[in-house]
Design a protein around this ligand. Structure first.
Ligand code: IFM
Length: 469
């Protein structure tokens, strides 16, 4: 049975609150070398032995490049108001510089127009990690010239699509690109150097600010912002060591990005900690990074518990843990949103990703995923609580529409609310998708009436009524 929608869950959201789902190009498109697309650093990384858990790659993925129209119908059937997707830079400008690929741009134009025809607002991300491989050959994000190539890319995409997309995000999760890609080397391009990682982080932030200025100078109509992956940091104990380590980790994950974006400076404690690995910052960079944004996107999955002495055992708290080994901690989202709102002069905030990987089985055309449904419902409630306490929230998007290529985990981890059978490419709405559809139906009914929706006699009735059963 599909979980009922709690009667009070729809109450706190303003009528213009945006509900959506999210994906990214490399994780779903496939068609890795089709219609003139160039290789990305992730195409190259997947060829390195042992780095992807199931030795898979993005060659076919969800074949969304060919099935985009059916996938948009699926989106429309859910009743979402927004779809967050990314453009593959090497699909539209294969070498990262030089010639543009008209077929690649045509694809995104069809996608954007297809969304608008279905009444869904396009939320476009420019960089969801798939940097053109040719740019990596000259140092990738470690090379300051890449910031200029990124600006050209942003302007080219805006010229073609900017009049029809609601929002443009410059980068998705710069921490992941910098730290997982360049310090720990577990994501593309597989570099292991803290100095390079911090320079990469700086260039990502700098190119974000440069792109915002260039896009506005070009007359871009879309709302502009960045998406950060943030988690509240909790000390494992109240020992002085754990508290100090927690503060540092908070600096490395949150303040290293939020301080420059909203205060125009890097946090001094982190700079001191980095010593010789501090990035090269040129005159004017910090002011560029702090260019005002129209929105801030936050991706939230879990909290982090920090111990100075031994690795934290995630099962210690006794809470649910997802297939990624991430603790289910919805109240951390409220805490995070309140903190960001109080510490920084933030524009409207979207939760641009939230969801979970759980063990799914498709049996007789049904996927019962109550844990994912609970996860989503509890996090939506956490957003409602943040709104109640005054945080300017603009939207919430589930990660992800489809099961997809989960980077170094390959296809084994499933985040979708729609199940994908990779052998047949058949899509099946999981119970969580049916629940989200019911919730959205309810939500839109509520927004249309200024009066709160009538309380149903029972939660089961609420659910069946909304489903039209
Ligand atoms: O799949 C990723 C996504 O690409 C970026 N944010 C986190 C998700 C889950 O790991």
């Amino acid at each position: 049975m599909i979980r009922p929608v709690p009667a009070d869950l729809t109450l706190n959201f303003p009528p213009d609150f945006v509900w959506g789902v999210a994906t990214s190009a490399f994780q779903i498109e496939g068609a890795a070398a089709e219609d003139g697309k160039g290789p990305s650093i992730w195409d190259d990384f997947c060829r390195v032995q042992g780095v992807i858990a199931d030795a898979s790659n993005g060659n076919i993925a969800c074949d969304h490049y060919h099935r985009w129209s059916d996938d948009l119908d699926l989106l429309a059937s859910l009743g979402v108001g927004a779809y967050r997707f990314s453009v593959s830079w090497p699909r539209v400008r294969p070498g990262g510089a030089g010639a543009w690929n008209p077929k690649g741009l045509d694809f995104y134009e069809r996608l954007v127009d297809g969304l608008l025809e279905r009444g869904i607002q396009p939320y476009l991300t420019l960089n969801h990690w798939d940097l053109p491989a040719e740019l990596q050959a000259t140092g990738g994000w470690g090379n300051r010239d890449t910031t200029q190539r990124f600006v050209e890319y942003a302007l080219g995409v805006d010229t073609r699509l900017g009049d029809r997309v609601k929002a443009i995000t410059t980068h998705n999760e710069p921490w992941v690109i910098a730290v997982l890609g360049h310090k720990r080397g577990v994501f593309a391009p597989g570099i292991k150097s803290r100095a390079v990682a911090m320079q990469v982080a700086h260039h990502l932030l700098l190119s974000h600010g440069m792109a915002l200025n260039a896009l506005r100078a070009q007359g871009c109509k879309a709302k502009l912002g960045i998406v950060l992956n943030l988690s509240p940091m909790h000390p494992a104990t109240t020992s002085a060591q754990d508290l100090a380590k927690t503060e540092l980790e908070d600096g490395l994950l949150l303040r290293w990005y939020l301080d420059p974006l909203f205060k125009g400076r890097y946090p001094t404690d982190v700079l001191e900690h980095l010593g010789p690995d501090v990035p090269l910052v040129q005159h004017g960079d910090m002011a560029t990074i702090a260019t005002p944004m129209d929105f801030l996107g936050i991706n939230y999955y879990s909290r982090s518990v920090v111990s100075a002495t031994r690795p934290w055992d995630v099962h210690q708290s006794g809470r649910e843990v997802t297939e990624m080994g991430w603790e289910v901690y919805p109240e951390g989202l409220t805490e995070l949103l309140l903190r960001v709102h109080h510490d920084y002069p933030v524009p409207p905030i979207y939760v641009t990703e939230n969801g979970g990987a759980f063990k799914d089985e498709c049996i007789n055309g049904r996927v019962h995923d109550p844990l994912r449904t609970d996860y989503i419902a509890r996090h939506i409630a956490a957003v409602a609580e943040a709104i109640r306490q005054g945080v300017p929230m603009a939207g919430y998007m589930v990660w992800s529409l489809l099961d997809n290529f989960e980077w170094a985990s390959g296809y084994a981890k499933r985040f979708g609310i729609v199940h994908v059978d990779y052998a047949t490419q058949r899509r099946t709405l999981k119970d969580s998708a049916l629940w989200y559809r019911t919730f959205l139906h309810h939500q839109s009914a509520q927004s249309m009436h200024s009066e709160p929706a009538p309380t149903p006699a029972s939660e089961t009735e609420w659910n069946t009524v909304a489903l039209g059963a």
